[in-house]
Design a protein around this ligand. Structure first.
Ligand SMILES: *Cc1c(COP(=O)(O)O)cnc(C)c1O
Length: 378
């Protein structure tokens, strides 16, 4: 399978004709427990569903295949996957994180990892000199998120992974926004990839999930597996089955969403009521050249922009859009608009007039007309 294109992998990875019935669609296994043999062994490899179950195993195989990894662990949410990586570290270890990262990742590092005795530093990951200066003798992990949520900052995965390796550290990339369709961090040198599968891989805003994918099945991944099984933040079999189903259309969805997002970004960039549009596909984006080199087939479905106006006007604009729904999250087939500063709360460092758009599968002309009308009404 590994030599096939991603469209083919997305349709077939982790799936096989059911040997018992000939079913083309994989059966959904709800059983939490599996029969033992007379000698007490587990002849089919399954014992108890928190440890493993056939539907989750199929999903993990498919996720590892799409990212070009050796192995994957599926979790009940993206945050559970992130936590698993931190749990695999030891007290006294130092982690370098991006100054702009998904706020849940930042809060896990600040509220929990530091209390477990991990040291954490936040650096602008798009500034390689700043990354270089942040290493300490005990640095064991560099966390990359590119494009970053919500301002789509771009960091150079290959360069950062090389720096991490030169210091004996691992590089992890949260690939939620790019998806394996647009970017393969493992091929660029990252050791681990995480996803919130709630977003593009799920793609329909109807399930929560996360995963960690490793380039090599090593002792560090075994720690993550151990935490998955013992910590128990595992996805339900049904959510695994839904993810396997959604994954089949991932390449088509992400490419269409990226093409529409580029058009929306160009529209916003020239609009007089927009102070600044953030999209790595715009040639004016400071990370455009790196994004063009490390991504392919598009720059993703998320566009953010700062309104030339107040927070109240930004919220009013979000409320006046009709095709976009004013709601958090991203990666679904329906377009969403989100005011991140008020979602993140009083501590947010984001501009108060920033709105994040998640571009869905509606026609881009309808999305642009909706934005045009709502902007004109301010
Ligand atoms: C949403 C998100 C997460 C967290 O995922 P959940 O499934 O909500 O727990 C992590 N990273 C990024 C980039 C995200 O957008």
């Amino acid at each position: 399978m590994a030599q096939h294109h991603i469209e083919t992998l997305a349709v077939h990875a982790g799936r096989a004709i059911d040997p018992v019935t000939g079913a083309v669609v994989p059966p959904l296994h709800f059983s939490t427990t599996f029969e033992r043999a007379h000698d007490g062994s587990y002849p089919r490899g399954f014992a108890y569903a928190r440890e493993n179950n056939p539907t989750r195993q199929a999903l993990e195989q498919a996720l590892a295949t799409l990212e070009g990894g050796a192995v994957a662990a599926a979790f009940a949410s993206g945050n559970a996957a992130t936590s698993a990586v931190f749990y695999a570290l030891k007290p006294g270890d130092h982690v370098i994180l991006p100054a702009e990262t998904y706020h849940g990742t930042r809060l896990i590092a600040q509220r929990f990892a530091q209390q477990w005795g991990l040291q954490v530093s936040f650096v602008p990951m798009d500034d390689l000199d700043a990354v270089r200066r942040a290493f300490r003798p005990n640095t064991c992990l560099v966390w990359v998120e590119t494009p970053s949520n919500p301002r789509l900052f771009i960091s150079d995965i290959a360069q950062i992974a090389a720096l991490a390796h030169a210091h004996g550290a691992r590089c992890v990339c949260d690939n939620t926004l790019a998806t394996p369709v647009l970017q393969n961090p493992l091929a660029l040198g990252a050791d681990l990839v995480t996803h919130s599968t709630t977003k593009y891989i799920g793609g329909h805003s109807d399930l929560l999930g996360g995963c960690v994918i490793a380039r090599e099945h090593d002792a560090f991944f075994e720690r993550i597996r151990d935490y998955q099984v013992l910590g128990g933040a595992v996805p339900s079999a049904f959510d695994c089955w839904l993810l396997l189903r959604s994954m089949q259309t991932l390449p088509l969805r992400v490419r269409a969403q990226s093409a529409s997002a580029l058009r929306v970004a160009h529209f916003l960039a020239q609009h007089p009521r927009v102070r600044r549009a953030y999209y790595p596909g715009l040639p004016t984006h400071p990370g455009h050249a790196i994004a063009a080199a490390q991504m392919r087939d598009g720059f993703g479905g998320i566009v953010s922009f700062e309104l030339a106006g107040t927070e109240a006007e930004a919220l009013a604009l979000a409320g006046r859009l009709r095709v976009f729904t004013h709601a958090t999250s991203l990666g679904g087939v329906e377009s969403l608009v989100d005011h991140r500063a008020s979602v993140e709360g009083a501590h947010s460092v984001l501009p108060r007039s920033l709105l994040r758009l998640s571009i869905g599968l509606e026609h881009p002309d309808d999305l642009i007309a909706d934005l045009d009308r709502a902007l004109a009404s301010l």
